[in-house]
Design a protein around this ligand. Structure first.
Ligand code: FMN
Length: 212
């Protein structure tokens, strides 16, 4: 149905005569979040382990750094708090079930690699294993731990990256989109859809690479 009060702005934004808002209590509503499999342990007497993390993100470009926020009661918090290293494994949408399962059981009780049928494989720069089946593995060393309240934020430097070679295209570009990107929003998992533009497309003449 056509909204007669709506009109398209220059950049595709919808302009309406009136947009109503409701006030919500403050909460973690910054979505979508990337649900990642963080691997840790496998060193200093710790078993290897996996934990699903949604509170993760890039925090610095140079040096490359990211953060993961983990509750102190998690087994993985004990491990990372001691070893100061971990790997962020970015899963494909097809791995959503393993991602969910690793987020509802504890490594104190089960071996999540074998339970999720995932393969621990050597990292390049840290002792924690990577998840071989995940298309992107980001090896990290902790630089700061911030006790924020419910969560400790581990701010870490990226010390090595591994990508699945099958996802490199003819020009050597990494096409993570080809394996199905996974997102987490409002307690639900989503497979991301179509590519709609490339960085800067709003200010460039539209070329064949900028289809959307
Ligand atoms: C989608 C999803 C996202 C999660 N995100 C976080 C998170 O950001 N931080 C956290 O501490 N726990 C998070 N959890 C919960 C942990 O993954 C879960 O408690 C896990 O069982 C802890 O494992 P561990 O005891 O082996 O460390 C998440 C769980 C799911 C399913």
């Amino acid at each position: 149905m056509v909204d007669r009060k709506a009109a398209r702005g220059k950049h595709g934004t919808v302009k309406r005569e009136r947009i109503d808002k409701e006030s919500w209590k403050p909460g973690n509503v910054l979505y979508p979040a990337p649900p990642v499999l963080v691997s840790c342990g496998g060193t200093q007497g710790w078993k290897h382990n996996l934990i699903t993390i949604a509170w993760a993100g890039n925090v610095c470009s140079d040096p490359p750094m990211l953060s993961v926020s983990i509750r102190p009661e998690r087994y993985s918090h004990e491990i990372i708090g001691t070893t100061h290293e971990f790997v962020v494994n970015v899963p494909s949408a097809g791995q959503a079930s393993a991602v969910d399962w690793c987020g509802v059981v504890s490594g104190r009780d089960v071996d999540k690699f074998s339970g999720a049928r995932l393969t621990p494989s050597p990292a390049l720069a840290v002792s924690a294993p990577i998840v071989l089946e995940c298309p992107l593995n980001i090896e990290c060393r902790v630089r700061q731990s911030l006790a924020l309240g419910s969560h400790t934020m581990f701010v870490a430097q990226v010390v090595a990256v591994q990508v699945s070679a099958e996802l490199l295209d003819g020009q050597g570009r990494f096409r993570l989109d080809r394996c199905g990107l996974l997102a987490f929003a409002n307690g639900q998992y989503f497979a991301l859809g179509d590519r709609i533009g490339r960085f800067g497309f709003s200010v460039r003449k539209r070329g064949k690479d900028d289809r959307y």
